[in-house]
Ligand binder design. Structure first.
Ligand code: FDA
Length: 315
């Protein structure tokens, strides 16, 4: 099954396969397992249901790699809409948003963004951070493939000058990440640590799952012993156990760090951790652009491929 990971991650970037697969309705079983719906109301409903179960959420309006300025603007508008809806429903304090810079302009070509995609994404992210603060919540910048790491961390530094509550994501499969954890383990810093979900070359990333896990533990140790707020994003039972014990060794009380898992993945474990007093946040993706996200989830769990194929045939 591990052999299927790289091809599935390459398909995640294929426009032709995307065109075929995206004709599936979001209600198709395999999509619905990971995405609660397409609209603001679906995301807010999911956040409300999670809150009723003692869980917090981070909402992600799906989309990535846009080269279209209108689409980047529409993504900003979607975030403003969902933040207003969360505020109106009294859900903003337990629900933040996650944001991909490539969805709000990072890769806009010079003919549509003469000022540069990096600058457009920074200004758009600022607009969303301001709306989040006004609603009483925060933004975390998702991390995409390794070619974007420096630019995303540079944007984080700029944003944090005005919005120091902005969170970052670091990926343990990258060789550089232990150093990045040291840089970001300071007071007020919020860091989500995950394994990493993209196909990355050997020159920059560990290829062996055991090496990625060992790196995760080293990074987690740095974050737990630091002054920031670690966000432990994994479904891996061993890493969840290690995180709890590292928190204990660093004399961190529950609530001075949190666990994070994806919507639809190990929901019973999410509730078990919350019932044991841990803070648990569920990452809730919503919107029409679910293709790349779904392919990365299938790469992590190729056992779901048969289910996925049945959804395509029976659509
Ligand atoms: P691993 O993949 O080893 O899975 C451990 C166990 O979890 C599996 O044995 C299985 O039981 C269960 N599981 C895992 N994936 C599953 C799936 N898709 N379906 C069903 N069961 C599954 N990545 C990134 O590059 N940039 C980012 O910004 C983020 N953001 C992010 C936020 C949050 C809250 C989470 C939880 C994850 C991310 N990720 C991410 C994804 C992350 O990098 C990683 O690809 C996945 O979390 C899977 O890795 P695990 O740590 O869960 O381990």
């Amino acid at each position: 099954m591990a052999l299927l990971r790289q091809p599935l991650l390459l398909l995640a970037r294929s426009q032709q396969v995307k065109n075929l697969v995206s004709t599936l309705p979001v209600s198709a079983g395999i999509v619905r397992g990971y995405v609660p719906g397409e609209g603001t109301e679906d995301a807010v409903r999911a956040a409300g249901e999670l809150a009723a179960d003692g869980l917090t959420a981070t909402l992600d309006f799906l989309g990535e790699d846009t080269s279209d300025r209108a689409q980047a603007d529409a993504t900003v508008a979607a975030y403003l809409d969902v933040l207003a809806a969360l505020s109106a429903k009294g859900l903003a304090s337990g629900t933040e948003v996650s944001l991909k810079l490539s969805a709000i302009g990072q890769f806009l070509p010079p003919d549509v963004a003469p000022e540069g995609g990096h600058r457009v994404a920074l200004e758009n992210a600022r607009t969303i951070c301001r709306a989040a603060r006004n609603a009483g919540t925060t933004v975390t910048l998702d991390m995409e493939d390794h070619t974007t790491t420096d630019s995303t961390l540079a944007t984080l530094r700029e944003l944090r000058k005005d919005f120091p509550e902005t969170g970052a994501v670091l990926q343990s499969y990258l060789h550089r990440t232990e150093d990045d954890c040291r840089q970001l383990a300071h007071e007020g810093s919020r860091v989500r640590l995950c394994k990493g979900a993209y196909a990355q070359p050997e020159s920059v990333a560990y290829q062996d799952a055991a090496d990625v896990d060992r790196s995760y533990v080293r990074c987690l140790k740095v974050l737990m012993e630091g002054q920031g707020y670690p966000m432990v994003a994994t479904h891996d039972p061993r890493l969840v156990e290690i995180a709890t014990s590292l928190a204990g060794r660093a004399a961190r009380p529950q609530g001075s760090y949190e666990f994070q898992m994806l919507y639809g993945v190990r929901p019973d474990e999410q509730r078990r951790l919350a019932a044991s007093g841990e803070r648990v946040r569920v990452y809730v993706p919503y919107g029409q652009e679910w293709y790349g996200y779904l392919m990365r989830r299938l790469a992590e769990r190729p056992q779901n491929l048969a289910f996925f194929a049945r959804s395509l045939v029976s659509k």
